[in-house]
Design a protein around this ligand. Structure first.
Ligand code: CP
Length: 305
């Protein structure tokens, strides 16, 4: 039985197979419509979500399966003090596969060690968000043609941004990928990513504070939200929340074929006036998230069509 905790749980070849499967699902949805008939997905979400939970549910429903679950810790027996280990043993009696989001780093890993069914990490605190990364990779590969030979600008909350950490981990395995890390001093990338992932693998990167200084060289601009829920101090959040706002004026500094991605939700960091720019790809990214989660469910349940 296989779980997904990090994008690195799949080899590059396995990721290629997964993205090819997601691409086939996009082209031939009817072929997969009954692939999971009789199977159940549990969504155990201890933290708010719109995209991840609903796209997992849409993915399983598209495959002909069923869904059950909870959307907050308050509406589960976690509120009565039940441990994750006990919860997953119970959920294993009801479902065939589980997607779990939790505010604590490592929570999905703990669950996977006690689970009788595959567990997918749907975001664990500020650590990893592997299915967002699969979504990002499918978006880049579909719209850019390949995952190599690109310069990716990561902008905003690089300290707590689990989507950023997962994406860097995954993309360093492709040739000639360079990163520009754009953040205020307080939200710089954690040392373990800078030293143990980027420097340890001799990946080219630079750190800048001004978005304008980076725009002209980017093939992908990955914007992120400053996450109120990760701050200990409201004053710091208020000071930093509008540090970056992508506007039409700033888009004039970018290449004509640069893509703007964002895991969403957006707050103020991308002005709505950018939404009509053909380079704004963040809503197309949402759609790719359904195909890639369908492919992941099939892969972890070892169902071939
Ligand atoms: N991208 C993402 O994880 O969005 P949600 O928090 O709405 O699931």
């Amino acid at each position: 039985m296989r779980h997904l905790m990090s994008p690195l749980d799949f080899s590059v070849d396995e990721l290629e197979d997964l993205l090819n499967l997601a691409g086939d699902i996009e082209k031939n949805p009817a072929k997969y419509a009954g692939a999971c008939r009789g199977k159940k997905l549990a969504t155990c979400f201890y933290e708010p979500s719109t995209r991840t939970r609903l796209s997992f549910e849409a993915a399983m429903l598209n495959l002909g399966g069923s869904v059950l679950g909870f959307a907050s810790s308050d509406s589960s027996s976690a509120a009565k003090g039940e441990s994750i280990s006990d919860t997953i043993r119970v959920v294993s009696c009801y479902a065939d596969i589980c997607a779990m989001r939790h505010p604590k780093e490592g929570a999905a890993l703990v669950a996977s060690q006690r689970s009788g069914i595959p567990v997918i990490n749907a975001g664990d605190g500020g650590h990893q968000h592997p299915t967002q990364t699969l979504t990002d990779m499918m978006t880049i590969r579909s719209l850019k043609g390949s995952l190599g030979n690109i310069t990716i600008g990561l902008c905003g909350d690089l300290k707590f941004g689990r989507t950023v950490h997962s994406l860097i981990n995954a993309m360093i395995r492709y040739p000639n990928v360079k990163f520009v890390l754009i953040s205020p001093e307080e939200l710089k990338i954690p040392d373990y990513i800078r030293e143990d992932v980027l420097r340890a693998n001799s990946i080219e990167f630079e750190e800048v504070e001004r978005l304008e200084d980076a725009m002209g060289q980017l093939d992908i601009l990955y914007m992120t939200r400053v996450q109120r829920e990760r701050f200990f101090n409201e004053e710091d959040y208020i000071r930093l929340k509008d540090y970056y706002v992508l506007t039409k004026k700033k888009m004039k500094l970018a290449k004509q074929d640069m893509l703007v991605l964002h895991p969403l939700p957006r707050v103020n960091e991308i002005s709505v006036e950018v939404d009509d720019d053909p380079r704004a790809a963040y809503f197309r990214q949402v759609q790719y998230g359904v195909y890639v989660r369908m492919a992941l469910i099939l892969t972890l349940l070892e169902i071939t069509v």
